[in-house]
Structure formats: C-alpha cells, structure tokens
Design a protein around this ligand. Sequence first.
Ligand SMILES: O=C(O)C[C@@H](Cc1ccccc1)[C@H](O)SCc1ccccc1
Ligand code: NI
Length: 183
Amino acid sequence: MITMDDIVREGHPALREVAEEVPLPPTAEDKETLQEMLQFLKNSQNEEVANKYKLRAGVGLAAPQLGLNKRMIAIHFYDFNERLYSYGLFNPKIVSHSVEGTYLSTGEGCLSVDREVPGIVPRHARITLKAVDLDGNEIKLRLKGYAAIVFQHEIDHLNGIMFYDHINQDDPFKAPDNATPAD
Ligand SMILES: O=C(O)C[C@@H](Cc1ccccc1)[C@H](O)SCc1ccccc1
Ligand code: NI
C-alpha cells in the first residue's frame, strides 16, 4: 500500500518535470499503480487507517508525487453537495475553461509540501476535462467550484507546477480579478 514514505517532497526533481503521456491501453503495472493511488486517498480519509499508517488526508494525488514521470492522477472526495468524485485517470487534459476564476479562501496545501504556504491560489472557475479512466473508457468531465480546483491542482503536478507558483508574491491575499471564492 502507498504510505507517506512513498510521497516525494518539494525539492525532488519529479515535482518539476513535465510528465510523459501513459501509453494506452495501460500496462497492468500502470493500472495497478493508479488503483493504489486511489486506494491511498480512500485510506487517508479513513480515520482508523490514516491514524494507523500516519497518512495525511488527501483528496487528490498525482503520479509525479510518487516520483513517477507519468500523466496519471487519482481523485477522491465528496463535494459540498455530497456528490462523490472518485476517479483514476490516465492522460487528463483540460480542453476548455472559463474566463471567470475561483479560489479557496483558505488557500491550498499539498501532500508534497510539509509547510504552510499562505495565499490565494487563482484557478479557473469551470473546466472541461478529457481523460481515460481505469476501465479504459474515454471520459469528459465538466467541473466547477471545489471540484474544478482539485482537478487543476492535480493536473498542475503533471506539468511540474506547485500550487504556490500561482500565489501573487506582491500581495498573496489579493483576490484575483474576475474571481469568486469556491468556499
Ligand atoms: O498534494 C496533493 O496534490 C493533494 C492535495 C490536493 C489539494 C489541495 C488543496 C486544494 C485542492 C487540492 C491534498 O488534498 S492537500 C490536503 C487536503 C485534504 C483535504 C482537503 C483539502 C486539502
Ligand atoms: Ni499537491
């Protein structure tokens, strides 16, 4: 099972690389890895398992955070309306996005960052994403609000981008133009 020991921390080169497309159909190994990434998120949100294995809660995980240069992400969370988002995705791609922006008023964190980095992280308010899921199906997702933020955070990891790269260094808590908070 994946534990925090498997998650690389800032400074590791994998977090600053552009990850490679995964050849499809996926190998059994790539499929197994993505399934383990999804299981990690479920484990991290289960109090008993998280305490036993000292897991930090996570709603998303990208393969580069395991030191793997592969375009794979796992997502697992319930949004504010209790809708479950649970996906293992190969080669996710944002195909369109809104001009309007959004952000979490409390900022963002990252399982690969063992420190608080305060500040607003501007994100697209709505995105349309295409990917291949664990069953090999091509899927298209239209996302907004918190869900859009989580998927953008993970897809950033595939492009070597960390959440704090987006924070306005001159005024970290300045609300971005044309943006409304998601929370
Ligand atoms: O490091 C990661 O990629 C996982 C992040 C994803 C994330 C953080 C902030 C905003 C959107 C996505 C972890 O989930 S950080 C810990 C966490 C746990 C529960 C809720 C929000 C953040
Ligand atoms: Ni992260």
